[in-house]
Design a protein around this ligand. Structure first.
Ligand SMILES: [Zn+2]
Length: 241
């Protein structure tokens, strides 16, 4: 699919996925029309524990179109747009982290389902994490955002050890049950401080399972950052996670 969309773009020019104008995958006008606003997000796990993080926007139809184009239609350049918004959100997120500047934090993408990675040929959350680090990490160029924590790099320390059913179409409790113990993590994550990265948070089931796998090998979860947050009452309308 990414190859096909690249071919179509090469032949007919890139069109905005929101307004269909020629020029960019998401034109500046459509992007600036989006109600981007950093918000703190809290999700509660099956055992009553909580995970805190930030998101850059509420899930709404335009966000759904962008995320679908990114994940399913090969519009990989949208990772840069998402990361730009998430980088701003990270400012606030960082201010709530107690880790001293000398302690490095690692961005860890939430792994996709095995069948999704095979079908898409890439991991959306890993692409977003890479783009986010590029935005924030000084070694990639001049730093434009002063982040109150020290990011080391992205690490794919977690993977799906077992396939699970697609989260779409499941209710909140089924989503949580569906993912329990489906992930495994590398021992390299032991003693590391981790910030989880994903495109959307809905129930938080994927984030909790990723956190569980990482904590099982001794990692410390500082929180998470996502592009969009789905308010739980809208869950039946959301595509994934
Ligand atoms: Zn547009």
């Amino acid at each position: 699919m990414p190859l096909l969309s690249s071919l179509v773009d090469a032949l007919f020019g890139t069109r905005c996925v929101l307004c269909n104008d020629l020029g960019a995958t998401c034109c500046n006008q459509c992007w600036s029309d989006l109600p981007l606003k950093t918000r703190r997000v809290v999700r509660y796990g099956p055992d009553g524990s909580s995970l805190q993080g930030v998101a850059a926007i509420d899930f709404e139809p335009r966000v759904g179109t962008l995320v679908h184009a990114f994940k399913e239609l090969g519009r990989s350049v949208l990772a840069e747009r998402f990361a730009a918004a998430m980088a701003v959100s990270m400012l606030e997120f960082g201010s709530h982290i107690e880790a001293p500047q000398s302690v490095r934090c690692f961005l860890v993408p939430v792994p996709s389902r095995i069948s999704s990675i095979q079908a898409r040929g890439f991991s959306p959350a890993a692409s977003v994490a890479t783009a986010l680090l590029k935005r924030l990490e000084p070694r990639w160029g001049r730093r434009t955002i002063e982040l109150p924590l020290r990011l080391a790099s992205t690490r794919r320390w977690v993977w799906r050890a077992h396939e699970s059913a697609d989260q779409a179409g499941l209710d909140q409790s089924d989503r949580k049950q569906n993912l329990i113990c489906t992930m495994a993590a590398s021992k390299s994550a032991a003693q590391k401080r981790v910030i989880l990265v994903d495109d959307i948070v809905t129930t938080g089931a994927s984030l909790f399972e990723t956190a569980r796998a990482l904590e099982a090998v001794g990692a410390e979860i500082e929180g998470f950052v996502t592009f969009a947050e789905t308010i739980l009452r809208k869950i039946e309308k959301t595509p994934t996670r």
